[in-house]
Design a protein. Structure first.
Length: 247
């Protein structure tokens, strides 16, 4: 761990009052949830169809049972718990430093850690609804079901996640754009910035920028501080310094 970079991050956080965190799958890998694009990620595993195809709106409509077979096995992690990064971000919000978390993740771990202002660009596996009558269902309801999960009315229960070919929720876009426009510091963490349109929100930011990611991103050249270490370990190291400086 580069202590000079940790001290620099602590300085930036201590001076901020409207920081925004923009995160992706790498935030949750230390909680045991695999990402998509790393060497061991879902995109490098062998399936009859590519994950991008299985997780598309078209596949969901045409091969619904196969979609749910993959979804239950590879997208739901009911035993996962928040890691040091999730907990640190919740603490930074409580300290009045962090204005919001903008996440591409669908696991709900930011809220489980205590973050209150979480903008979920791609939805959440914790929320599900009947496509016919709109009744709400939990992740456990989907896990307990067999084949295609169905409502008591007979309708298909769909996860409230944004599939490929689907649009991002308008309210999430509006909130993300607003928080980023007002931010005095943006921290991008655990994302390759390869998924659009979500990554375009980060690309539009022009203020102080920190990137914490194990692999290069298209915005590295614009970062005021670049840290290529695990994000949980990074926040675990920086939080004592931030806490001490705010006392």
């Amino acid at each position: 761990m580069d202590l000079e970079k940790i001290r620099s991050l602590a300085d930036l956080l201590s001076q901020s009052h409207r920081a925004v965190f923009f995160g992706g799958a790498g935030v949750s890998t230390e909680s045991g949830i695999p990402d998509f694009r790393s060497t061991d990620g879902l995109y490098h595993q062998q399936w009859d169809d590519p994950p991008e195809t299985i997780l598309s709106h078209t596949y969901f409509q045409r091969r619904t049972e196969d979609f749910f077979r993959f979804y239950r096995q590879k997208m739901l992690f009911p035993l996962a718990s928040p890691n040091a990064a999730h907990r640190a971000l919740a603490q930074l919000e409580d300290m009045g430093i962090l204005a919001a978390v903008i996440t591409q993740n669908i696991d709900g771990l930011h809220q489980a850690a205590g973050s209150k202002r979480v903008i979920e660009l791609h939805g959440s596996v914790l929320r599900n609804h009947c496509m016919q009558c709109g009744e709400a269902y939990t992740m456990q309801d989907v896990l307990r079901s067999k084949g295609i999960p169905r409502c008591h009315c007979g309708g298909v229960i769909k996860p409230d996640v944004v599939l490929y070919e689907e649009s991002l929720p308008f309210d999430a876009i509006e909130q993300a754009v607003s928080f980023i426009a007002q931010a005095d510091l943006m921290i991008i963490g655990g994302t390759s910035l390869a998924v659009y349109p979500a990554a375009s929100f980060a690309a539009d930011y022009r203020g102080q920028l920190v990137i914490i990611n194990r692999s290069p991103t298209p915005m590295d050249h614009r970062a005021d501080l670049l840290i290529d270490q695990p994000i949980g370990e990074t926040f675990k190291a920086v939080m004592p310094l931030v806490t001490a400086r705010k006392q």
